[in-house]
Structure formats: structure tokens, C-alpha cells
Design a protein. Structure first.
Length: 93
């Protein structure tokens, strides 16, 4: 029997759809943003990126957000938090 770790939930809450301001990961739960009754929370964006057809995008602050957008923002936010020059990595994404 294989010893596997359960998948980690990656959460991204879009605070401002126009500027791309987000809250990531466990901080979403600490701030209880996962309990909000709005469409700003992306829970399964990793699955949505590879699913065909992709889930319907949603409009947040008059900007359309799909799972790909949430995934890119997630990666960019993580890379920009690293103590390295991440600009070349961000442009690659």
C-alpha cells in the first residue's frame, strides 16, 4: 500500500479584480475569506487549468477571471515574494 500525502488546497481570494490584489493560501482561512458568499474565491483552479472544457470564467470588479488567470496570479505572487530577482521567472510565466 502506497503512503501518499493528501493534496494541499491552494486558495486564492481576489480582493480587487482590476489590480489583481489577492490573498493566498492559509491566510484566506485565517481571514475567513473562504466563508464569504461571493465569487472571489478560487479553490480548484489547478484542476480547472487542465480540465477541458475549462470552467466558466467569472466577472470580478468588471474584469473576467478564469482558472488560468487565478493560477498565473498565484504563481506570480509567490515568485515575487522570493528573496531573488524573480522578474525573469515572472516574464516566463
Amino acid at each position: 500500500m502506497a503512503n501518499t500525502q493528501p493534496g494541499r488546497a491552494l486558495l486564492i481570494y481576489i480582493r480587487d479584480g482590476q489590480t489583481g490584489a489577492v490573498t493566498l493560501g492559509q491566510e484566506v482561512r485565517y481571514q475567513k475569506l473562504d466563508l464569504q458568499k461571493d465569487n472571489r474565491l478560487f479553490r480548484n483552479f489547478k484542476r480547472g487549468i487542465v480540465t477541458s472544457p475549462a470552467p466558466e470564467p467569472r466577472t470580478i470588479d468588471d474584469k473576467v477571471w478564469g482558472d488560468n488567470d487565478a493560477g498565473k496570479t498565484f504563481v506570480h505572487t509567490l515568485l515575487s515574494a522570493l528573496p531573488i530577482d524573480s522578474t525573469s521567472w515572472i516574464s516566463w510565466c
